[in-house]
Ligand binder design. Structure first.
Ligand code: GDP
Length: 363
């Protein structure tokens, strides 16, 4: 599965958001730094209105959404790259996630201690980014001597790695995150380096309840910074989301409308996290269940089948494919087939977002 790590300074609302996302009380929110010492992992259903439509048309008994994992990572403080606070443990947890959700405190509350003395989300973002960049630079510098030695002995792989690492180190030394310097076509090599600042990042502005619909002056500053970086921003009130997560669907809609919100901030965070990871969804529909499955962009049919079961990939013969819009327009599989909109595709077919698939395979 794919996961997003929730990071940020202490007391910005990470645990509150994580709890709301997973609607459990396991990651307890408390008004002191380092209350979340172990990384907490939660699996969250990805809301997708298309799946509701498929359940209806396919008359499926059950709806099974796809999921995304969130990891609540203990608070980082200034100096973490030198081992301050939870330092190294924290950094090790971040290295393992696929994307970063960076929670920024955009609410004022004199009762809740701010470790840096006052609310300033852009400064906070820079503190964390700096720690992550220092740790990334350190980890690359440690690898260089060994790679150089291998390169001198005509190790082609080491030579290639050095060529990828060089621009990353240059960027980090100049105070730019590694994600700004990934050589074209080397995304996979860079991913294997497990750098923190090469991962995609989403800023979540945690605002007070009154600003949940509009944002505030703090979140506006974050948005300006994010726009310059090409990063996405979601504005939520973690406190509201914590309440909303306890409500049933109908109550929830009413509650959100009362606050001038069209959808829950959690749904927006989940959708943004899914987008951040470049994930795509395909569906399977039958009388028993309609189900959503996650693949990455560019995945071919046999590998898409492997998400359901490894045997499906090994014995792959073909897949029957209907695009989502056709499935809806012709009211299901039979209609789409009659209209000539059901295609049979082979092992080179690149699965498209929204495809309804039926795999044919040998066991
Ligand atoms: P973490 O250290 O980043 O995980 O922060 P927590 O989620 O534990 O929150 C720290 C404190 O801030 C808790 O007392 C929360 O109830 C409070 N808090 C979180 N979000 C908000 C918010 O939007 N508004 C206000 N006033 N308090 C919040």
């Amino acid at each position: 599965g794919f996961n997003c790590g929730i990071v940020g300074l202490p007391n910005v609302g990470k645990s509150t958001l994580f709890n709301a996302l997973t609607a459990t009380a396991t990651a307890q929110a408390a008004n002191y730094p380092f209350c979340t010492i172990e990384p907490n992992v939660g699996r969250v259903a990805v809301p997708d209105p298309r799946l509701d439509k498929l359940v209806e048309i396919g008359k499926s008994q059950r709806k099974v959404p796809t999921s995304l994992e969130f990891v609540d990572i203990a608070g980082l403080v200034r100096g973490a790259s030198r081992g301050e606070g939870l330092g190294n443990q924290f950094l090790a947890n971040i290295r393992e996630v696929d994307a970063i959700i960076h929670v920024l405190r955009c609410f004022e509350d004199d009762d809740i201690t701010h470790v840096e003395g006052g609310v300033d989300p852009v400064r906070d973002a820079e503190i964390i980014e700096t720690e992550l960049m220092l740790a990334d630079l350190d980890s690359l510098e440690k690898r260089v001597p060994n790679l150089e030695k291998r390169a001198r002995n005509r190790d082609a792989e080491a030579t290639a790695q050095l060529a990828v690492i060089a621009p990353l180190m240059e960027a980090l030394r100049e105070g730019r995150p590694a994600r700004t310097a990934i050589p074209k076509g080397e995304e996979e090599t860079v991913r294997r380096l497990q750098l923190m600042t090469s991962k995609p990042v989403l800023y979540v502005c945690n605002v007070e309840e009154d600003s949940a619909a509009t944002g505030n002056a703090f979140s506006a500053r974050v948005q300006a910074r994010a726009a310059a970086e090409g990063a996405a921003v979601v504005i939520v009130s973690a406190a509201i989301e914590a309440e909303v997560s306890q409500l049933e669907d109908d109550e929830r809609r009413e509650f959100l409308e009362g606050l001038g919100l069209s959808d829950s901030g959690l749904d927006r965070v989940i959708a943004a996290g899914y987008g951040l990871l470049g994930l795509r969804t395909y569906f399977t529909v039958g009388p028993k269940e309609a189900r959503a499955w996650t693949i990455t962009d560019g995945t071919k049919a046999p590998q898409a089948a492997a998400v359901i079961h490894n045997d499906f990939e090994r014995g792959f013969i073909a897949c029957e494919t209907i695009a989502f819009d056709d499935y809806v327009r012709y009211e299901g599989e039979a209609g789409a087939k009659d209209a000539g909109r059901l295609r049979v595709e082979g092992r080179d077919y690149v699965v498209q977002d929204g495809d309804i698939l039926l795999f044919r395979f040998n066991v």
